[in-house]
Design a protein around this ligand. Structure first.
Ligand SMILES: Cc1cc2nc3c(=O)[nH]c(=O)nc-3n(C[C@H](O)[C@H](O)[C@H](O)COP(=O)(O)O)c2cc1C
Length: 157
């Protein structure tokens, strides 16, 4: 089973958007290998629109260059990026997107792919307390652990 097949199996029924890319963070990479149906519902892009492209196609005028550079820099340094970016749907409409991106690596440390769990940030019911749930700051948290997901190599080709 390939990593794309494995991710497809668990991600297909999820309500959270999943984006799987290769490990190449240098432009024009990374290249999208798979997106799940929840990603298509959120972004308006079908799998055929994004597979083979870079997730940069989600960026637009309001996307912070500082933050997108931080995605690649933090992934290289720590193997994980968490933060909120301004993404754009296929229709051109902007939406705030909470990202949790991780490098996937094999048991022996060999990098295999990157995976992002993405959710649109929507206002929650009620009035959030100061610093409470429902308030998002578009900065990366430095409190996260563990960084890298280790996978048993036996299940891959
Ligand atoms: C799995 C994965 C998902 C990503 N998803 C997004 C995204 O939803 N929006 C975005 O602006 N960038 C996303 N990126 C980041 C861009 O692909 C790119 O790495 C970033 O723009 C930094 O590179 P650059 O400085 O060359 O543009 C994602 C990266 C990876 C590895």
């Amino acid at each position: 089973m390939t990593i794309v097949e494995l991710v497809r199996l668990f991600a297909e029924p999820l309500e959270t958007a999943v984006v799987l890319t290769d490990i190449d963070l240098e432009r024009p990479g990374p290249t999208v290998l798979y997106v799940n149906p929840a990603f298509a519902r959120m972004s308006g892009y079908a799998g055929s629109d994004v597979v083979g492209n870079s997730p940069r196609l989600l960026q637009g005028a309001g996307t912070s260059r500082e933050l997108t550079r931080l995605v690649a820099r933090t992934l290289r340094a720590k193997g994980r990026f968490q933060g909120v970016l301004e993404n754009y749907r296929k229709s051109g409409e902007a939406y705030l997107c909470e990202l949790d991106v991780r490098m996937l690596q094999a048991w022996d440390g060999q990098p295999l792919a990157s995976i992002a769990f993405e959710r649109e940030v929507v206002r929650r019911r009620g009035r959030p307390s100061r610093d409470g749930a429902g308030r998002y700051t578009p900065v990366e948290s430095d409190t996260f652990t563990p960084a890298i997901l280790n996978l048993q190599p036996a299940i891959f080709d």
